[in-house]
Design a protein around this ligand. Structure first.
Ligand code: ADP
Length: 630
């Protein structure tokens, strides 16, 4: 006796469903592409597992997908004889969103954003798209190799819950029956369906079959013949010559492969022959998925060996910083029973990977330089922060990646990251030695920092860095085209100090010395050193990181990550031309001197983006000083 259980969808599934139905309504036919793509994956998986266990074929060698409709029942049925799912797999794959990041992402959306149809581009489309056209979906499946009594029937109206039932299912694989909504008659038409299949699924590796019909002159209608015919080409797209393929073919294949609703930015299709023999078809997406920074995120490349699918998410085929690349690698040199472990230290894989990385980086360089710099900037907006990881991760390609970096800069002024290091170098002042940058928590904080005052006056460009990864980036990128990269808040800016020190009289020098000692005494252990500066024009004081120490910004990031960071003692630099510093110089009273020194130190810390340990004390002190001059 069969027993039906009712389960609730995860709340996120409901949310995602609503979002999808709303966003994809005008492209509703893509549900078919998604279901065919899932079926094709299931056939791929079966073929792969059957390499080591032939019994999984259950005597049925021909792997295929069929699409059938029933006008009277108003149903559309997709069937595959692939790997199928166990009951637990159905619950895990169809009733939940496996990725915990999805949950967080959906929670973070405000109501308005959640209505935004652009959002769907950040998710894979997938199985749930069936609910765009169906008001009830019945999925029946049985895992290949399992007992026929262990089939599972899943039914849902896409409204909060689904039922599960154990059924007898003689043949392995999955059958999905869509009960079409009232206004979806177009999907009960053979020509319409054939057309969708040839548009989106021609290059699926397996035959897709539909029932053959004959024209019945008497009834003036097509009559089913009971015979099946193949309606797609069923040649893996990447095996075909470039000249035989259109942009449209590549685009549709990308969407099938990636479940991405957007078009790709670019595709790179290469057949390599010689000592190594493989085909690679690499796609660069346009839009970043929401979980790009999720460490558990799947990689985008599928590995095939001689057209037999081996595995998804083949992370050894691309370094982490290019994890957004989607596509297929089909090798003729790897064994069919290759495992992830073998891939990890395999010469063939290493060679394919380094060639693929080169192709991607070269393409990006070409795009950025000649083909379409604006398009490259759009790409950078989506993936720039991931590409930056490459400077740290990929030593061999560091130079190439450095060419691809883009930054905000005082030259352009805006927050957009559009300045290449090469642009910067080309604009450097004749006697300028280094590439200068500033790092702060936000673009506004970087742009407004007192450290930039002298650079502005001298007309020297400074790169404005405010992404989290930037500290790591600059700690691995020491130079570019022979010019060193230097932080404007590092203590080591001697190139600007020397000239102005020389012009001072002996007397002035001594006076300055006395002032710095006075302030150092007043501040004691709060600072490692006090000195005069030439980097300030409008501000009275700033703090800098002593040479060789971790920058204050980096220390803050580490603290936020819960790491113990030794207490930093910054260098306090005073602007001798500033009225407040001149005033401080004249003070004789120790207590007063203490009050002013501390005030200048605290405001310098604030300008740096630090959080004061005792903000209340800072305000009381400022108010005391203000009332004293009223
Ligand atoms: P995606 O395909 O992007 O993973 P879907 O929501 O389309 O997301 O599918 C979720 C999962 O359900 C798939 O990853 C697969 O494990 C399983 N699945 C879907 N369709 C089938 C099918 N026809 N045969 C076997 N498993 C399937």
């Amino acid at each position: 006796m069969s027993h039906t259980e009712t389960h609730a969808f995860q709340t996120e599934v409901n949310q995602l469903l609503k979002l999808m139905i709303h966003a994809l309504y005008s492209n509703k036919e893509i549900f078919l592409r998604e279901l065919v793509s899932n079926a094709s994956d299931a056939l791929d998986k079966l073929r792969f597992e059957a390499v080591s266990n032939d019994a999984l074929h259950e005597g049925e060698e021909q792997l295929e997908i069929s699409v059938q409709f029933d006008k009277d029942a108003r149903t559309l049925t997709l069937r595959d004889n692939g790997i199928g799912m166990t009951r637990d797999e159905v619950i895990a794959n169809i009733g939940t969103i496996a990725n915990s990041g999805t949950k967080k992402f959906l929670e973070s959306l405000s109501g308005d954003q959640a209505k935004d149809s652009n959002l769907i581009g950040q998710f894979g489309v997938g199985f749930y798209s069936s609910f765009i056209v169906a008001d009830e979906v019945v999925l029946e499946t049985r895992r290949a190799g399992a007992n026929p009594a262990e089939g599972t029937r899943w039914i849902s109206k896409g409204e909060g819950e689904y039922t599960l039932e154990t059924i007898e299912k003689a043949d392995k694989g999955t059958t999905i029956t869509l009960h079409l909504k009232a206004d979806m008659d177009e999907f009960l038409d053979k020509y319409r369906l054939k057309n969708i299949i040839s548009t989106y699924s021609d290059h699926i590796n397996f035959p897709i079959k539909m029932e053959k019909t004959e024209w019945d002159a008497e009834a003036k209608a097509d009559k089913p013949t009971g015979e099946m015919e193949q309606v797609n080409k069923a040649t893996a797209l990447w095996t075909q010559a470039k000249s035989e393929l259109s942009d449209e073919d590549y685009k549709n294949f990308y969407q099938t492969l990636s479940h991405d609703f957007n078009e790709p930015l670019a595709y790179l299709h290469n057949k390599v022959e010689g000592t190594l023999e493989y085909t690679s078809l690499l796609y660069l997406p346009k839009k970043a998925p929401f979980d790009l920074y999720d460490r558990e995120r799947r990689y985008g490349l599928k590995l095939y060996v001689k057209r037999v699918f081996i595995m998804d998410d083949a992370e050894h085929l691309m370094p982490a910083y290019l994890r957004f690349v989607r596509g297929v690698i089909d090798s003729a040199d790897l064994p069919l029973n290759v495992s992830r472990e073998i891939l990890q230290s395999n010469k063939v894989v290493d060679k394919i990977r380094s060639a693929s990385v080169k192709r991607v980086l070269d393409h990006l360089a070409k795009l950025a330089k000649d083909e379409n710099p604006q398009e490259y900037l759009d790409f950078w907006k989506q993936f720039g922060n991931v590409l930056k990881e490459g400077v740290v991760e990929d030593f061999a390609n560091k130079e190439k990646i450095a060419q691809l970096l883009r930054f905000a800069s005082t030259h352009t002024g805006g927050a957009e990251q559009n300045v290449a290091l090469a642009d910067y170098v080309a604009r450097m002042q004749p006697d300028q030695e280094a590439i200068y940058y500033i790092i702060a928590d936000t673009h506004a904080a970087a742009k407004g920092s007192p450290h930039l005052e002298m650079f502005r006056k001298k007309g020297i460009e400074v790169l404005l860095l405010s992404d989290r990864i930037d500290e790591w980036l600059v700690s691995h990128l020491f130079e570019f085209e022979g010019k060193s990269l230097k932080s404007v808040n590092s203590a080591d800016l001697k190139e600007f100090d020397a000239a102005s020190e020389e012009s001072l009289s002996e007397e002035d020098k001594q006076a300055r010395q006395a002032l710095t000692e006075k302030v150092k005494n007043a501040l004691g252990d709060l600072v490692s050193e006090v000195r005069m500066t030439h980097r300030l024009i409008e501000s009275p004081a700033c703090v800098v990181t002593p040479e060789g120490e971790m920058s204050a910004h980096m220390a803050r990031i580490m603290e936020q990550m819960g790491q113990a960071v030794p207490k930093q003692k910054p260098v306090l630099e005073l602007n001798p031309e500033h009225q407040l510093v001149k005033k401080l110089d004249q003070l004789q009273d120790d207590a007063q001197c203490q009050e002013w020194s501390r005030f200048l130190f605290d405001q310098a810390q604030l300008a740096e983006g630090h959080i004061l340990e005792e903000p209340g004390e800072f305000i009381r002190r400022m108010n005391r000083l203000l009332t004293a001059v009223m």
